[in-house]
Ligand binder design. Structure first.
Ligand code: ATP
Ligand code: MG
Length: 678
């Protein structure tokens, strides 16, 4: 056994990797440290070290925030063990690597019979959940009787918050949705109906995957049975877990033995989804004796100037546990802070820089453009498309959000679980002449049948759909074999695709792609579950789907960029009103979270970092005012005192590329620029 991999680690990393290994099941361990200090790398080494020391890979549970991150972690482990034990050794047997939600879905399905669920339950994504919420809202007549009753999305957010933070509804409303306070009674009733509807229809939503898992874990015997499946439970990005997740964890390993969690409180950016940084801060004291804590202080990712600027930004945070890091990566290049007139200029400037870097030999894949909100990359996407620069966008509109892909998935879901009304409504209404009323009638009828799918055959076809009915029924009943079911669904759907969409050809390509993705899954359930929980990313329309070895630029929301790194990083819209996003109403906690968000963005960069500040900035608001422009100022997170950490300058297009930018109205940009840099 060759443990040369240990030599590449620093002392603290090695301490974390070897902590308690080889001495039975090791006591609880927390690794808490700043960005780029090698936490994830250390976690991968720890898993590898456990395997090298004889741990059974099937008895290791590895959880992180996205399936992509889980896959990357598994690959890193494979590389390390491969080198240590020869290529014959496969860490492929790490079968329990995924997200909390994905693992939860597996546990619930595997144990469904014993816990009051039916194993063929389907899973609703946020949009499906909002649709079901809406059905319940209409069912109660709330949309008619209550003017200005919260929209379906808001209702879902309130519900989700209450579930994930384990807070009473009244408290959630007062603290986070004060404008909805008046409807507490109606919301309570609505949520009651929503829960009943999910149960009647045998569906679970995202929140249920954690909630139900946490609930069954309160049964000690069951918890011991589930927890006993694994000797080691390791979790990355622990700062972004919520109360339910920590409860699950504590129930899996009540004495903490075998538990390793890793994270950085300064990167906690999911409080808006009820994550709580208390989980990581309180972790050591959750056990008797307290968990061991390892901190890391060296950043291996970024150059000194980048790290200095990031440290300056996070240094103003009100509270922070992790300490500043140091780096020995010398560079003369400070991060850039570039002022531009507007978003169009910002797009041009960033595209210029990206292409110039490519000229100098930096692949597009080694560069990323990050932004606060998915819609903010719009002008840049247009510019990149115009210049034929392929890109992949993370965290934005998902492949699965397009109507035709949703139609196909709804067919598979409806075939798996015909009580799933959201799926049912979608599928039945594909048939011309079938509207919500007729679809509702069919769904009511099959609902009372002992075998709903068979019930579909017995049901009277809606009068205007008589001709198409037998074909649909036959198709749905035939969607069993996997993965050929998806081809059969596509064959039935094709004429509808033709009828519904003018650009049927390009959409057909998406469906073929879906079929290719499906082929990689062992079963319809796994395919639907994993696709719903963690859908594939959207790609630039003109570029099609890039192949593995093709070069493309990464566009990503900051949230989706978590844990990753690129040689060159651009951050868009570093202005007040964007980061922080909320101009006046944000609470101190929310503002602090935005500061951490900027820290996360900046710490993704290895060699080159640039932040752009458009002085005119377009916001889409869900208010009566509609869209509007803001005259923006540089984010408050980069006050004058720390400006020295940046190379600050203004940029204007030289007229060579693209159309001239619209003249900014009512504002003397030049004067503003001068004022800003004082
Ligand atoms: P984040 O907080 O952003 O998730 P992290 O703490 O998880 O960051 P890693 O992604 O594990 O950090 O590591 C950051 C970079 O530093 C990676 O490129 C990794 O390969 C490198 N690195 C980590 N430890 C070492 C080391 N001991 N020697 C050389 N490079 C290292
Ligand atoms: Mg990491």
């Amino acid at each position: 056994m060759d443990t040369a991999y240990l030599d590449k680690l620093n002392e603290n990393q090695r301490a974390a990797v070897t902590h308690g290994v080889g001495e039975g099941v090791p006591p609880a361990l927390l690794v808490i440290a700043g960005a780029g200090s090698g936490k994830t790398n250390t976690l991968a080494h720890r898993v590898a070290h456990l395997l090298v020391n004889g741990a059974d890979p099937r008895r290791i549970l590895l959880m992180t925030f996205s399936r992509r991150a889980a896959t990357e972690l598994t690959r890193r482990v494979e590389r390390i063990t491969g080198a240590a034990m020869g290529s014959g050794y496969a860490a492929e047997a790490l079968t329990w690597a995924g997200t909390f939600h994905g693992i939860g879905a597996r546990i619930l399905r595997e144990n469904a019979e014993g816990i009051g669920l039916t194993p063929d339950f389907t899973i609703h994504d946020r949009e499906d959940s909002a649709d079901l919420m809406n059905l319940c809202r209409h069912g109660l007549g709330l949309s008619q009787t209550e003017t200005r009753f919260p929209a379906k999305g808001t209702c879902l957010s309130i519900y989700s918050r209450a579930v994930n933070a384990e807070e009473p509804l009244a408290e959630v409303l007062t603290r986070h949705f004060p404008w909805c306070n008046a409807w507490e009674a109606q919301l309570k009733q609505l949520f009651g109906n929503y829960v009943r509807a999910k149960q009647e229809q045998n569906v679970l939503d995202y929140d249920d995957l954690l909630l139900a898992w946490a609930q069954v874990m309160s049964d000690d015997a069951f918890a011991a049975h589930i927890g006993g499946q694994w000797d080691h439970v390791l979790i990355d990005e622990y700062q972004d877990t919520n109360k339910l997740q920590s409860r699950i964890l504590m129930a899996l390993k009540p004495d903490g033995r075998g538990l390793t969690v890793v994270g950085d409180d300064a990167q906690s950016i999911y409080a808006f989804r009820a994550a709580t940084v208390r989980n990581i801060l309180d972790f050591p004291q959750s056990f008797q004796p307290a968990a061991d804590v390892v901190t890391l202080d060296r950043n291996y990712r970024s150059t000194k100037p980048i790290l200095a600027a990031a440290n300056a930004v996070i240094g103003q945070a009100r509270e922070r546990f992790t300490k500043d890091l140091w780096s020995d990566r010398e560079s003369a290049e400070k991060p850039k802070l570039v002022t531009v007139a507007n978003e169009a200029d910002q797009a041009r400037h960033v595209a210029d820089r990206v292409l110039a870097a490519r000229e100098e030999g930096l692949r597009l894949k080694e560069q990323a453009v990050l932004f606060r909100t998915s819609s903010h990359s719009g002008p840049l996407e247009v510019e990149l498309t115009r210049r034929n620069v392929p890109f992949v966008k993370f965290g934005g509109l998902k492949f699965l959000d397009s109507a035709h892909v949703k139609d196909m998935l709804a067919m598979l879901r409806f075939a798996q679980n015909p009580r799933d009304r959201v799926a049912g409504f979608r599928v039945l209404q594909l048939i011309p002449g079938v509207g919500p009323v007729a679809a509702g009638r069919v769904l009511d009828a099959i609902d009372i049948a002992p075998d709903p799918l068979a019930g579909l055959e017995a049901v009277d076809a809606p009068p205007r759909a008589a001709a198409d009915w037998p074909g649909l029924v036959e198709t749905l009943c035939g969607l069993k074999g996997w993965p050929d079911a998806i081809g059969r669904a596509r064959a039935w759907y094709d004429p509808h695709l033709e009828r519904l969409h003018e650009d049927a050809d390009s959409r057909r390509g998406d469906l073929l792609q879906l079929e290719a993705i499906a082929a990689g899954y062992p079963s319809r359930e796994r395919f639907l579950t994993e696709l719903t929980l963690d859908p594939p990313e959207a790609t630039s329309a003109q570029a099609g789907v890039p192949l593995q070895d093709e070069d493309y630029l990464i566009l990503s929301t900051i949230h989706s960029a978590k844990g990753q790194e690129w040689k060159s990083v651009h951050v868009l819209n570093v202005v007040d009103g964007c980061i922080p996003s909320d101009l006046g109403t944000g609470s101190t906690d929310e503002i602090e979270e935005e500061r951490r968000l900027l820290y996360v963005a900046m710490t993704r960069a290895k060699d080159s970092l640039s932040l752009t500040v458009p002085l005119r900035f377009h916001v889409t608001q869900q208010t009566r005012n509609g869209d509007r422009h803001l005259y923006a100022i540089r984010t408050r997170f980069i006050p004058k005192e720390i400006l020295g950490a940046f190379d600050a300058f203004a940029w204007r297009p030289d007229g060579a590329g693209g159309a001239p930018s619209p003249a900014p109205a009512r504002i003397d940009v030049a004067a503003r620029m001068r004022e800003m840099w004082g």
